[in-house]
Design a protein around this ligand. Structure first.
Ligand SMILES: *Cc1c(COP(=O)(O)O)cnc(C)c1O
Length: 403
């Protein structure tokens, strides 16, 4: 027995050695206790882990101000935890803006700063007119990437400070963003000049290398492009461009192949030092990195069957809910059992009546019984968030007609 324990612990150590954050026995026991107490499915958020992630990021990029991208997980308690650490925020809708602003409003007067830029960047390059009008009184920092948006900002939020988002290589990133956002680098200097012509002020430049970026060359090329544009725009406009926003994309170790944050930040720090003057204000907008490994999901087996000789399990969470990230985020979440036993390849389905609600056809699971609990780890980013009002945008209002 003792030997078996040893062997298991040895295996666990091996499991951790790949660098992928796995739950240990104590954490797994806690999840099961919580599920018994609260029912299932439950999405468990470990706030100490979020604090650790924040500190790790800060340690590796000491000269960078962190703007947590709220869309990765917009749970208000996560925002509060990060806010209390001194974190700033990247928001992309008015509901997200107000979620952060509530924390600013609740600060003691003496700590509160009127300068909202220190706490919030509105980093959606496309903003509805009513949003611009609502934002203007806060004198916000907002991004843009095209001439139409510039004209809208001039009319509806002339007090905003501007950050031009440029299009940079997203090669190999799990989620590609460059097809939807970013001015072509060749147009960037013209757009900056145009903004100044309109009487607006361009404070900085931003980019996003794509989410879960494991090809660090994307960052290196983006920094070089940004440095060239800033230099040329400053010469042309005769104005200082002082903010560089290096966006998100910082990868999570979902699997052993993902290189550590340190490998990336060592290069980033070097390139930033080489390419930008020391008074440049560097911002980053990590989303996934802050929350992915801080959350776990526990669900229950509600049915089982054998189809074409394969074990099939039906659980009470699926693709339309917490596993939505498998569709929208292109991320896969292994379904794991608390129970031990010889493993076989099994299918796991969500609870809905749609065959699309298939979590996996290739889970390695021991024989499970109805009522057993299963879990997924590292599921904190773009999971819970994308199954409801993603990015703070509500679904269409229902209007009834009866004729
Ligand atoms: C989604 C998003 C982020 C966060 O990206 P991660 O890859 O989760 O770090 C940051 N900035 C902007 C503008 C985004 O749209």
């Amino acid at each position: 027995m003792a030997k078996e324990e040893e062997a298991k612990r040895g295996m666990k150590r091996e499991g951790q050695a790949d660098g992928v954050p796995h739950l240990d026995k104590e954490q797994k026991d806690l999840l099961q206790d919580l599920a018994r107490r609260e029912g299932t499915p439950i999405f468990v958020i470990d706030h100490e882990k979020i604090r650790e992630n924040y500190r790790e990021f800060k340690d590796h990029l000491p000269n960078v101000q962190i703007y947590y991208a709220v869309k990765a997980n917009s749970n208000p308690r996560i925002v509060k935890t990060l806010f209390d650490l001194g974190c700033s925020f990247d928001v992309a809708s008015m509901p997200e803006f107000m979620l952060v602003h509530e924390n600013i409003r609740n600060m003691p007067d003496k700590e509160r700063q009127d300068w909202i830029w220190d706490k919030i960047i509105y980093a959606n390059t496309i903003k509805p007119i009513d949003t611009l009008e609502a934002l203007d009184k806060y004198k916000p920092l907002v991004t843009f990437d095209n001439i139409e948006e510039l004209r809208k900002i001039k009319l509806h939020a002339p007090n905003a400070g501007l950050v031009l988002r440029i299009r940079v290589p997203n090669t190999g990133s799990m989620v590609e963003l460059s097809s939807k956002f970013g001015a072509h680098p060749g147009e960037a200097v013209d757009l900056i000049a145009e903004a100044f012509n309109l009487g607006l002020i361009v404070e900085g430049l931003s980019f996003h290398v794509g989410s879960q970026c494991t090809n660090f060359e994307n960052y290196i090329q983006a920094l070089q492009l940004s440095a060239n544009i800033i230099k040329e725009a400053e010469t042309r406009a005769g104005q200082r461009i002082k903010i560089l926003d290096i966006g998100g994309g910082f990868p999570v170790k979902y699997n052993p192949e993902v290189k550590s944050l340190r490998t990336l930040t060592r290069r980033l720090n070097g390139e930033i030092k080489r390419l930008f003057t020391p008074d440049t204000e560097i911002l980053a907008e990590p989303g996934r990195f802050m929350v992915a490994n801080a959350c776990s999901l526990v669900a229950k087996v509600i049915g089982k069957a054998v189809r074409d000789g394969k074990k099939c399990y039906y659980i009470n969470d699926g693709i339309y809910h917490t596993y939505s990230g498998q569709i929208f985020d292109h991320c896969t979440y292994p379904v794991l059992a608390f129970r031990e036993g010889e493993k076989q390849i099994s299918a796991v389905f969500g609870p809905t009546c749609d065959a699309f609600d298939t979590i996996t056809l290739g889970a390695e699971l021991p024989e499970l019984e109805i009522g057993d609990l299963v879990y997924s780890e590292n599921i904190g980013a773009y999971s819970h968030a994308s199954s409801t009002c993603f990015n703070g945008f509500p679904p269409a209002k229902v209007v009834h007609i009866n004729r």
